[in-house]
Design a protein around this ligand. Structure first.
Ligand SMILES: O=P(O)(O)OC[C@H]1O[C@@H](O)[C@H](O)[C@@H](O)[C@@H]1O
Length: 219
């Protein structure tokens, strides 16, 4: 691959290992509203989804945009309270993006999460300055698994989508990257290798990645 490539990161489960806290937050939220939500249902119903989709699937009804926003923010306040004190990037993540930066690789964050969580996580981890583009759920019409957020990120980075690598942990997120025509590397923070093995590469940790390995995805 002679041309420059770009890397677009999902946020939850890729930059920070947040899904255990999201799971607990959703269980508390559902209990408060007296809605049945079993722990084992959370990965499929919630991981990688927008709050609008998760609220619809958990409550089994459609909410107005205003209700989605209000209830979503209520759930996220529980999440931030639970995760805020101990938030650190996933082991090896900081070193990985430093390596990309040193090699002049453009980087973006594209997340189904609301902007309130993006701001909170970027501030807590101090990582925002690494990214040329940061896009949250409010900037697109259709969240992942629709490819819109990844296509928009590539456009903003000024890199053709076939020269982009997506880093994902969720099933809908990996689908969005594949549908965007990008290379997808999946990390097993939230799902098993088997659930992610339709991607280009599955890793258990960032220490498995090098510039050579990333370049070889385009061979
Ligand atoms: O697109 P990302 O970064 O995986 O984030 C989207 C969602 O990821 C999920 O895993 C969380 O439970 C959600 O609450 C969150 O909004």
């Amino acid at each position: 691959m002679k041309e420059k490539f770009a890397v677009i990161f999902d946020m939850d489960g890729v930059i920070i290992d947040s899904n255990p806290y999201h799971k607990e937050a959703w269980l508390q939220f559902a209990e408060k509203y007296n809605v049945e939500l079993k722990e084992e249902e959370v990965p499929e119903k919630i991981f990688g989804k927008t709050n609008t989709t998760a609220l619809r699937d958990v409550f089994q009804k459609e909410f107005s945009p205003e209700e989605n926003f209000k209830m979503g923010e209520e759930k996220e306040a529980i999440y931030r309270e639970l995760h805020g004190k101990e938030m650190v990037p996933i082991t090896g993540f900081r070193e990985f993006i430093q390596m990309l930066k040193d090699n002049g690789i453009p980087m973006a964050v594209a997340t189904n999460a609301p902007v309130s969580n993006v701001d909170f996580i970027m501030e807590k981890t101090g990582l925002r300055h690494y990214f040329d583009v940061v896009i949250d759920a409010s900037s697109v019409k259709h969240g992942k698994p629709d490819p819109e957020i990844y296509l928009k990120s590539a456009e903003k980075l000024g890199v053709p989508s076939q020269h982009c690598i997506v880093m994902e942990d969720s099933v809908p997120g990996a689908e969005a990257g594949i549908r965007a025509g990008m290379k997808v590397v999946a990390i097993t923070t939230s799902h098993s290798k088997e659930e992610l093995n339709h991607t280009d590469l599955v890793i258990d940790g960032y220490e498995e990645l090098s510039m050579e390995k990333l370049i070889s995805l385009f061979d």
